[in-house]
Design a binder for this molecule. Structure first.
Ligand code: GTR
Length: 421
């Protein structure tokens, strides 16, 4: 008997899950669930001190996220080098300096480079900075004609003029509304950004990007508990941090990692895996980011794993349509960042990302911040729209859609000024 080719089966499962899925946006239909306890160890011990959290509970939770959600990084790079390829000490009407640095990673004789675009306030010797990926290339965050256009694979986007999966100068400055560089510099911060596609192209193909440097002979994709793309992007942020630590114009003790949406998921995992990040901002990160998976509101695990099979490790897929079986939830990811400042933000019209689920996981991460005597979110009632709570653990929900706005940045700058400067 003839059987269906595996690719055909995959095709059907993929498209059927699309056809049948109707996201739940009704609070009354959120299932009743029990949130996994942050402060009870796998063998039932109650955690009462920050010391026990660090020694016992944090490693358990960390291991779960590493082996069953994002996937682990199979080793270290053999070599890392940094080269400033362009600089100008007089940009943004004399307020700032610009640097473009190329970071090159080498492993097993193979190498990969990515570019960091850096703006630094001129009136500071060692500036604290925000570090975050952009979606379509460094040149999209500003009209500045000196910013180098990446050669790496890109998602197509008609609006930005990207049609051949290649970044184009047509999109110069087209995402500048998400990156108010002048506001950031005026606030006393620098900004470092990287095109995420240079670290790992955002497609379900493991033959390229950072993963491919780490393969053993004949290997074609990571093992089932090894890194998906989110972990790869987080790893890239850490290599950027290696570079920033080497820059004497930056205060490397004050680097806040920032990300929107899928890149917000990456920023959270970068904050959890690398304690050199002194603060973390997740903007509208949603499912697999700040939102609680067990609420199944908006995007669910089966949806995210069907639409983006490369983001998480394969072992995570066992929880598709099976959130009940998950022994963790995303509040525990947030808690891995404690006691460092952490800001979770949502938008009213971004229901796909489950704003309430993002809020609740921030609220439920609070007990770990309490252990460190850092202030978290003390009420389980969501704050009013556009009324941020800015403690060490911070949260806001603003009006509008899935995006990064001036309002968001104004809050981040204010909060970072208070908790990091
Ligand atoms: C969506 C995805 C979300 C979010 C978003 C983005 O399509 O379902 O999880 O990551 O993309 O990154 O813009």
């Amino acid at each position: 008997m003839k059987t269906l080719a595996p690719s055909l089966i995959l095709f059907f499962t993929f498209h059927m899950s699309f056809a049948q899925f109707e996201p739940n946006y009704d609070e009354r239909k959120v299932p009743v669930f029990e949130l996994p306890d942050l402060l009870v160890t796998n063998n039932g011990r109650k955690i009462r001190s920050s010391r026990k959290w660090i020694r016992k509970r944090r490693p358990e939770l960390f291991a779960f996220f590493e082996n069953n959600v994002f996937g682990k990084v199979p080793g270290k790079v053999d070599n890392l080098s940094f080269k400033t390829i362009e600089q100008d000490d007089d940009v943004l009407n004399g307020k700032a300096k610009r640097r473009q640095i190329e970071v090159t990673l080498t492993k097993n004789g193979r190498s990969l480079s990515f570019g960091i675009l850096l703006y630094l306030p001129k009136n500071s010797d060692k500036a604290p900075i925000f570090l975050g990926y952009n979606f379509y290339g460094n040149h999209t965050i500003t009209k500045d004609p000196k910013v180098i256009v990446s050669q790496a694979w890109s998602m197509n986007n008609k609006e930005l003029g990207v049609t051949d999966n290649l970044p184009t100068s047509l999109s110069r400055g087209m995402r500048s509304h998400r990156w108010p560089i002048e506001k950031i510099v005026d606030g006393g911060f620098g900004l470092a950004t990287i095109y995420y596609g240079e670290v790992d192209p955002d497609k379900n193909d493991f033959s390229d990007g950072i993963h491919s440097l780490f393969y053993n002979d004949g290997q074609q994709r990571p093992d089932s508990d090894e890194w998906g793309s989110i972990a790869a992007w987080a790893f890239g942020l850490s290599r950027a941090m290696d570079c920033l630590e080497n820059e004497n114009e930056i205060n490397a003790l004050k680097v806040i990692v920032f990300g929107h949406s899928r890149l917000g998921k990456s920023a959270l995992w970068a904050g959890a895996t690398d304690e050199r990040f002194s603060g973390v901002i997740s903007n509208d990160s949603g499912c697999g980011g700040a939102a609680l998976s067990k609420r199944k509101f908006g995007e669910t695990l089966s949806q995210i794993n069907a639409n983006f099979p490369h983001w998480f490790c394969d072992t995570f897929k066992q929880y598709n349509e099976n959130e009940e079986a998950l022994p963790i939830d995303q509040h525990q990811l947030l808690a891995l960042i404690a006691p460092r400042p952490l800001y979770i933000a949502s938008a009213v019209e971004d229901e796909w990302a489950d704003p309430k689920g993002e809020f609740l996981s921030t609220f439920h991460a609070t007990p770990v911040y309490d252990l460190f005597e850092k202030k978290g979110i003390t009420s389980n009632e969501m704050p009013e729209v556009n009324q941020p709570i800015q403690n060490t653990l911070a949260y806001h929900i603003r009006t509008g859609v899935h995006d990064v706005t001036d309002f968001d940045w104004e809050q981040y700058i204010k909060w970072a000024g208070k908790h990091l400067k």
